[in-house]
Design a protein around this ligand. Sequence first.
Ligand SMILES: [Zn+2]
Length: 314
Amino acid sequence: MEILVLGVWAVLSEQHNNHIRHVSTYFDLSTGTVAFQNFERKFTLSTLNSDAVMKNIVRALGMLALLVLGAFNNAGTTKYKVRKIIIDAGHGGYDSGALGKFSKEKDIALQIALELGGILKKHMQDVEVVYTRQTDVFVTLHGRAKIANKKNADVFISIHCNATPKGDAAYGTETYTMGLHTSRHNLEVAKRENEVILMEDNYQANYQGFDPKLPESYILFSLYQNAYNDNSLKLAQNIQHQFESRVGRKSRGVKQAGLLLLWKTTAPSVLVEVGFITHPQEEKYLNSKSGQAYIASAIFRAFRDYKNELEANS
Ligand SMILES: [Zn+2]
């Protein structure tokens, strides 16, 4: 504000020092008005050479415009922006994930992840998309989290398929945030997704001796608190809302479970179970081009709403 005042004053006074040296100029950003105050010697602008005054007014307005633009640019850099999203296709390589009748979780997850990344790159060019894998390769859980943490991710979205034991006809979508499970099913999901660490070398060292098969291990997460909880929840709710209201999928809700992947990630993070590969119709849907496009577009819209909401409130 002072810079604006000084700027206007300096330009106006430069060539008319004799006339307006006693004038202090006040520019009010909130009302957009310029006021002259504290006249010690009365004068009007008409007493000054009108050409010179016009020239100086134009210069003053020019400087003002630059200063105002500068102020807005500054505001832009200090405001919170969601700029980087990590898209994590679950499993890969020799870790197939859950199996359906004719397909594997790792393939569905990768196809949806790539579809989502494609939509983001096309429609949100201010957001950088980083994949944890773009091909059929094995990536450790801590390796995935490391990519997100190293890249200073603003959002981490992991894509998976759900599964149930034979005879269970469960179907629909769930989105998980990190926390303590409140049902047996949520614990089973966490166990299944965490058990992939058993395929990793040195998993005991990398996960502090965590045994994904032992329910007792999960007590650790009852103490879990994280600065990203609120935002993770917001994003998870948006995703489930999109699945249910825009894509016509059954929403099984936003859930919490002790997921090592989310535990290791220092960013708002969710794990999306996009459907049950063990449910015959859902398996077909998950493998169809249109099904994958619907799922990816729902996650995209949920992310867009999350981004807009956060940026508007910052
Ligand atoms: Zn999985």
